[in-house]
Design a protein around this ligand. Structure first.
Ligand SMILES: [Zn+2]
Length: 334
């Protein structure tokens, strides 16, 4: 699960959240031609409009971590179908917009608390983690920091080690600092190399320790509840671009699938060098997840050859006689 789903149901949105004062209108002109890699975005809960907007903004590749779907799953078959869709239908859907789709597979921390189900999920994970395009075990870690969460986090770290896959860690929203430290302690205890571990959902309070200990430091730009991109710019100014990466974690909550290109544009405006922007919005994520042996930049351009009438197991993204590639700038919808 990502940055804020689990906070969302516990907090009530204020009038200001629902109708925030409008910020400056965004333009991505300054980053036109740049390529972006969003290493954390839940496209299963997004629309084709989002895919189109991301492609238009320069997002060439993404990673979709397996997560909580907003309500608890009641049987292992739901996990099975979900994992299958991440390596099947969703990857196909992304390809129809010229976006290379990867995923990480894992049992999320929240559902690790249903131990009877968690046991069954652990049994099916090995069937999925070795599939093509699976670039890590994720997102795993702590939510409420319970004993069950720790148990399945540890088991999945062992699985990652065995499979030689990177780990994508979801750090908890409550008691974040302690939970982040503990997540890293345990990863080291299991003998994982910090160079293959991506610690996600960081903030000003955690960044220094995660950097100092040699892990990858991911930041989720998620409206209202987590990091805003103005704060993100300050972090890059202070710490530089090394081992830092930015993601949107866009999902079924109020979130923004353009968070990565928008942050790049803001960085550009604030005088951060193009090379630093390239590192935090593209290259660092590729380097980190390349330890899976699954990411090749040449594939990003190969997938640009789009034919929206292509089919995946008999289904295309075109419904009932639609023509490929609708013109979003046209008022007329045919
Ligand atoms: Zn997430």
């Amino acid at each position: 699960m990502c940055c804020s789903h689990d906070d969302f149901d516990k907090r009530s949105l204020t009038e200001k959240d629902l109708h925030p004062p409008s910020g400056k209108p965004f333009s991505l002109d300054s980053v036109k031609g740049m390529q972006f890699f969003d290493p954390h975005v839940h496209m299963t809960s997004r629309t084709t409009d989002d895919y189109q907007a991301m492609a238009d903004a320069g997002v060439v590749a993404i990673i979709e971590p397996a997560f909580w779907v907003g309500q608890p799953r009641t049987g292992v078959a739901s996990f099975q179908d979900y994992y299958s869709s991440l390596i099947g239908w969703e990857r196909f859907r992304a390809s129809q917009f010229g976006i290379k789709h990867y995923c990480t597979i894992g049992l999320n921390s929240r559902e690790a608390n249903n131990e009877a189900l968690a046991e069954q999920v652990m049994e099916i994970l090995p069937h999925f983690i070795y599939k093509e395009g699976v670039v890590g075990i994720g997102e795993i870690g702590f939510d409420d920091q319970t004993a069950a969460e720790e148990k399945y986090y540890r088991l999945q770290l062992e699985l990652a080690k065995e499979a030689g896959l990177p780990v994508q860690i979801h750090t908890p929203h409550r008691d974040k600092k302690h939970g982040t430290t503990r997540s890293m302690d345990i990863a080291l205890e299991h003998g994982l190399d910090p160079a293959t571990v991506i610690v996600d959902h960081n903030n000003e309070e955690t960044v220094k320790e995660v950097l100092d200990r040699g892990f990858w430091v991911a930041f989720t730009i998620y409206p209202f509840t987590k990091m805003g991109n103005e704060r993100m710019v300050e972090i890059v100014k202070q710490y530089g671009p090394e081992r830092i990466m930015v993601n949107s974690a866009a999902d079924w909550g109020i979130s923004d699938p353009l968070a990565v290109p928008k942050t790049a544009a803001l960085m550009k405006e604030q005088g951060i060098s193009e090379e630093a922007i390239r590192l935090v919005t593209y290259q660092n994520a590729i380097t980190a997840f390349s330890h899976s042996g699954q990411i090749y930049e040449a594939d990003f351009s190969a997938i640009k050859d789009i034919d929206q009438s292509r089919k995946f197991e008999g289904n295309s993204i075109l419904r009932g006689g639609q023509q490929p590639r609708i013109d979003k700038n046209s008022l007329i919808i045919r």
